[in-house]
Design a protein around this ligand. Sequence first.
Ligand code: NAP
Length: 270
Amino acid sequence: MTASPAAATEPSGAMIRVAIAGSSGRMGQAVAEAVAAADDMEIACGIDLHPADAAYSVHRTVAEAVDAGGFDVLVDFTQPDAVAGNLACALPAGIDCVVGTTGLAADELERLAALAPAGTCLFYAPNFTTGAVLMMEFAKAAAPYFPEAEVIEMHHCNKKDAPSGTALRTAQMIAAARGGAVSQAPGRETEVPGAEGARGALVDGVPVHSVRSMGFVASQEVVFGSLGQTLTLRHDSWDRGSYMPGVLLGIRSVGSREGLVVGLENFMDA
Ligand code: NAP
């Protein structure tokens, strides 16, 4: 990755008009603050089922917002059951989309990206923090050297999907990078009756464990093991502000890309 961390917050051109789906939610409000504070972008509108008082107009649906027009980029931080419908409205209209809502499968993302005309970008980041992206890259680098790897993710109690999109992607990246390493760890067959799930969900063969508790925003550990040694990688987001440089980088980057782009690392490398 060649871009400095500061590059994520540096303005790069003309004013970008941004619509925020999920504008009344926790992430949507943080995005609105970050966009309003940025020199090179402005909030065109919010979109939320329960519009809150805001300094910008708020539509109830993405379809309404697309009809009203006046924005270049749709940012979506809604819910796993809403995001596909939102994107199916915006992408055919040629609106670049920056998506943080988790829960979309890879084939669904591809199907949605195919709805867009040439020159339009669907960007999905399972995690917008630079630290989590680096943690995934470090996990990918470590994976060939350790036959055992397990992912433990910890989130606040209001999270609607488990495991997290970051944990899914980390497990997929570990599995792809593993090469010939053979796990000696016992699997689901060792779970005792009444405690099924104790070995976690197997994502591409990598056990993933989800903790939900008050006190967390978003944390993840990846524990690697080989003979006589372990390696633990850990990342913590303590504040939603940690996502905002990545979200702004996504908003600034989608205009110059097209098709489906998955992962903030694609823009950190630019
Ligand atoms: P939240 O506080 O529940 O906010 C979601 C908002 O979206 C709510 O105000 C909700 O309204 C609204 N909404 C639901 N369906 C909608 C629709 N069809 N159109 C417009 N608005 C709609 O959730 P959050 O904590 O902000 O998280 C949002 C999503 O982002 C989750 O999937 C979460 O996992 C994900 N996330 C991703 C990252 C990342 O880095 N990629 C980081 C943090 C969170 P109601 O409350 O009325 O339903």
